[in-house]
Each structure stands twice: as structure tokens, then as C-alpha cells.
Design a protein around this ligand. Structure first.
Ligand code: ADP
Length: 487
């Protein structure tokens, strides 16, 4: 069965080519046929003009003069095999013919009357004899000097050969046209098969992928062209979807695990306290309550991170911006992490600059959240005794924050992907794998950048750059926005 594209190709292209070929065949046949007919007509016309001179050169004042000149002319005529010559009297009766055969007198040819009426003195007509033969006849009227009609000379050419060759040419042209059409059809079918086949295969594969099977699809690249590129893209898409699916599944199990750990601690301590009842001593009670508080805090931050991630994914994350002192926010974040670093026996160092820093336009809480996230990672991936060094600099209208650690580092092949959602380079340490993705998005929303450099066993440096608050630029931007809204 012809598929959609093939049907469209036949309708849109092949039918147009068919019409063009028919038109060309018709034009060629018509031109050839007209050319031959005109040649005969021209040749008769030359002969008729020639007669004028022949009959004026000799004295032809009487019918007898005309008859003798006509007889001589017919006898001496060199092209008798190409055309028949007839001599007619003044009333149109054939008196002499070059073939010796006389036409049927009932056969009325319109040429004599037309020649009598014509200014040139001759007329050329095409007609069909009673035998069915097609002829072209040219009749030239011969007049005396006073203008009396003495008779006429008629040239008769059979058009049968010309008609036969016209038919032959038409057949040849039609055959050539047909060959062109067949060639176009065959090459078109081959081309279509090379397009339709892979497209069908690809649509089948796309359906398999849509049904969630990312393993089966493996399209073979048959052609090194756009179709080949498309099958490569589909393979790549299946591969990426497979990885994302894997990452998503890992993420769900990781997050479930992350949620279960604090929940187990909360549940355990709650049960202990409930079972012990009033017999619980103050110290154990406080210890239990601290664990419950700490673990609920952990749960809250996991849920907050998930909510932020979902807000970013759906584009609902909004910043509440104001002039912000980045040094103060960084200082606050370092302060919040200080106790933990001491507990984990890691050196967290930050020399708060004395000189004032220009403000940035930012969301205080979000920026602090970014610093906390990076610091959390730095501490998480650095072992006991390691260092986490925080620096802030004012460089060319940018506030630059470096958070470096002497931790495990990130492998070069993982480095480009760590900012991707769900991606975890280190599976041994807990974490959802979305922290850096959220931090990167927040920094970008502030018009800044977050870059990571790292080396295995050397450590990691995260560099955050946020543009300095520029009143003139902000006023200009607000005016542009206002203009756009009013416009
Ligand atoms: P996670 O919750 O797993 O820490 P992140 O998005 O914050 O998720 O980080 C993604 C991955 O980047 C981590 O799993 C880890 O492998 C790597 N990573 C991030 N920060 C550091 C760091 N300071 N040192 C080593 N590896 C890091």
C-alpha cells in the first residue's frame, strides 16, 4: 500500500512532471508538424512567385500562349517526384498534369476561387481528396496583360508522408517522455523508500520510548544525512532518558533513605521517652529532645530543598530582592556552620574583610542558602583535619566568593555534570544530588555565575560571582520595563 508521503509525492510531484512531459511532447510534435507544413507551403509559395516571372518573360496574351508556356513549364519541371503540376483553364478544368492522371472533375478544390480573389494571385489550401489522401495545393492564376484570366497552374503535394513522419515523431517523443516519467518514478520510489522506511522505524522506536522502554531502541544509522542525524538524535534521546530515569530512581531511593534516617531517630527517641514515662531522668530527656529537634530540622531542610527544586523546575521560584551586603550573609552562613566544623574537627576559616563592600541586588535568604549549601558540601566531602577556606573579593564590579576545601575532590569526568539535577559523583556520602542544581539556579537568577574547579585528592573550589548593585542600570532597566508595559 502506498504510504502518506508516497501518495503526496505522486500527487504533488509526479503528476506535475507528467503534465509537463505531456506538454513538452505536445509542443515538440506541434512544432515539428508545423515546421514541415510551413516548409511545403513555403516551397509552393516560392514556385508560385517563380511563375510570375516565367509567364511575363514569354508573351502570354492568349489562351494558346498560356497553354504552350504551361506545357513547356510542366515538361521541364525538375521536381515532379516531389509535387504534381497541373495546368487549369480559365474555368478551372484540368488540361494538363505532370503525372498524366487527371483528377476527378467532381472534386471541387477551393483554391482556384481563393487564388482569383487573392491580391498575390495565388492561394494555398489543404484538403482531403475523395480517396482519403491529404494534400496541399497551391494555385497561381495567370492573366494576360489586360488582366484577362488565361488559366492557372496548380501545385499539388501529398501530405501523407509528412503526416506519417509527424505520427512517428509524436510516438518517439511520447516514448522519450514515458521513459523520463518511468525513470523519475523509479528514482523517486528509491528515494522515498530510503526516507519512509527509516521514518517508520523511527516512529515505532519513538512509540517504544514513549511507553517507557529505553533499553530496546537502537536505531542503525543507514545514511549519513539528515535522516541519519535524526536516528542518531533518537538514540541519544533514548540514552539520555535512560540515564535521567536511572538518576530519578536513584534520587527517589536516596531521598527516601535521607528522610527515613531522621524519622527513625525521631521515632526511636519518642518511643523511648513514652515507654520510660515519668521515670526518665532529666539528662536523657534533654538528649532525646535534642535529637528530635535536630532530626526534625534535618527533615525540614530536606523538604525545603525538595520544594525549592520543584519551584525551580516549574519556574515558580521568586526572589525578594533588596540592596544586600554579601559579606554579612556569608559571615552569617560561616557562623552557622562553625559549630558543626568544630564538632567534625575540620578547620573552617574566613577572614571577614574590614573595608566595606558595595552591596548587591539580591534575596538575602536565598543567597545565604547558597552559601550554606556550598559550605555543607565542602564540610561533607572533607575528612577530619581538612580545611575549608572562605574568601570574598571585590573585583571589577563583581563580588567574588571562593569556598575551597581540601576534600576528596571531583573526578574530571564528573565535574561537568555535578551541577545537573539528581547527579551525584560520590555515592558514599548522603545527599539528594539537587543542592548544586538549586544553588546554581539561584545564583543565575541574581545575574551571577557559579563555577567549580576540582582535582581528585586536591580538593574543590566553588567560585560565585554576583554583580555589584548599580543604581543607574537598575533605574534604566525599570524604565525599559515600564516602557515595554506601556508600549
Ligand atoms: P549532594 O546532595 O549529593 O551533595 P549536590 O548537588 O550538592 O548534591 O552535589 C552534587 C555532587 O557533586 C555530589 O554528590 C558530590 O559528588 C559532588 N560535590 C559537590 N561539592 C563537592 C565538594 N566540595 N567536594 C567533592 N565533591 C563535591
Amino acid at each position: 500500500m502506498t504510504s502518506g508521503i508516497t501518495k503526496r509525492w505522486i500527487l504533488n510531484i509526479l503528476s506535475v512532471i507528467f503534465i509537463i512531459v505531456i506538454f513538452i511532447v505536445f509542443c515538440l510534435s506541434y512544432t515539428i508538424s508545423t515546421y514541415y507544413t510551413r516548409s511545403v507551403e513555403q516551397s509552393i509559395s516560392i514556385r508560385c512567385n517563380e511563375l510570375e516571372k516565367i509567364f511575363t518573360d514569354v508573351t502570354t496574351d492568349t489562351t494558346t500562349d498560356f497553354l504552350s508556356t504551361a506545357q513547356k513549364y510542366i515538361e521541364d519541371f525538375p521536381h515532379k517526384e516531389l509535387m504534381e503540376l497541373q495546368s487549369l483553364n480559365s474555368v478551372g478544368r484540368t488540361i494538363l498534369t505532370s503525372t498524366g492522371f487527371f483528377p476527378d472533375e467532381k472534386e471541387k478544390m477551393p483554391d482556384l476561387e481563393q487564388a482569383l480573389a487573392a491580391k498575390e494571385g495565388y492561394a494555398i489550401t489543404e484538403s482531403e481528396l475523395s480517396t482519403g489522401e491529404n494534400i496541399m495545393a497551391g494555385t497561381k492564376v495567370i492573366r494576360s496583360q489586360e488582366g484577362t484570366v488565361l488559366g492557372a497552374i496548380r501545385y499539388v503535394v501529398s501530405m501523407e508522408d509528412i503526416h506519417t513522419s509527424n505520427i512517428l515523431y509524436t510516438l518517439i517523443f511520447s516514448l522519450m517522455g514515458g521513459t523520463v516519467l518511468i525513470a523519475v518514478y523509479i528514482s523517486g520510489r528509491f528515494l522515498l523508500r530510503s526516507i519512509v522506511g527509516p521514518i517508520k522505524e523511527m516512529s515505532q522506536t519513538a512509540r517504544i520510548i514513549a511507553e517507557g522502554d529505553f533499553e530496546t531502541p537502537d536505531l542503525t544509522k543507514k545514511y549519513d544525512d539528515e535522516i541519519g542525524d535524526l536516528s542518531d538524535s533518537i538514540n541519544y534521546m533514548a540514552h539520555e532518558l535512560k540515564q535521567t530515569e536511572q538518576l530519578k530512581n536513584d534520587f527517589i531511593s536516596r531521598v527516601s533513605h535521607e528522610l527515613r534516617t531522621p524519622l527513625t531517630a525521631i521515632k526511636g527517641w519518642s518511643e523511648t521517652m513514652l515507654l520510660t514515662g515519668d521515670d526518665i531522668d532529666r539528662q536523657t530527656f534533654q538528649k532525646g529532645m535534642n535529637v528530635i529537634l535536630k532530626e526534625s530540622g534535618r527533615l525540614t531542610s530536606i523538604v525545603e530543598e525538595l520544594l525549592d527544586f520543584s519551584r525551580i523546575q516549574s519556574g515558580r521560584m521568586k526572589l525578594i530582592t533588596e540592596k544586600t551586603d554579601l559579606v554579612a550573609e556569608l559571615d552569617e552562613a560561616v557562623y552557622m556552620m562553625k559549630e558543626r566544623s568544630i564538632k567534625e574537627q575540620k578547620h573552617l576559616m574566613f577572614d571577614t574583610p574590614i573595608e566595606p563592600f558595595p552591596p548587591v541586588l539580591g534575596d538575602k535568604n536565598r543567597l545565604r542558602q547558597v552559601f550554606l549549601n556550598i559550605l555543607d558540601n565542602a564540610l561533607k566531602y572533607t575528612s577530619e583535619g581538612g580545611n575549608v577556606i572562605v574568601q570574598i573579593l571585590n573585583q571589577d564590579n563583581l563580588i567574588v566568593v571562593h569556598i575551597s576545601d581540601t576534600g576528596c575532590g571531583i573526578a574530571p569526568e564528573d565535574l561537568p555534570k555535578v551541577k545537573d539535577k539528581f547527579y551525584k559523583a560520590n555515592q558514599n556520602v548522603g545527599g539528594s544530588g539537587i543542592g548544586l542544581a538549586v544553588a546554581d539556579e539561584i545564583v543565575q537568577m541574581h545575574g551571577g555565575t557559579l563555577e567549580i574547579t576540582s582535582g581528585i585528592g586536591v580538593g574543590t573550589t566553588v567560585t560565585i560571582k554576583i554583580p555589584v548593585y548599580n543604581e543607574a542600570e537598575i533605574v534604566e532597566m525599570e524604565e525599559i520595563n515600564k516602557g515595554e508595559i506601556n508600549g
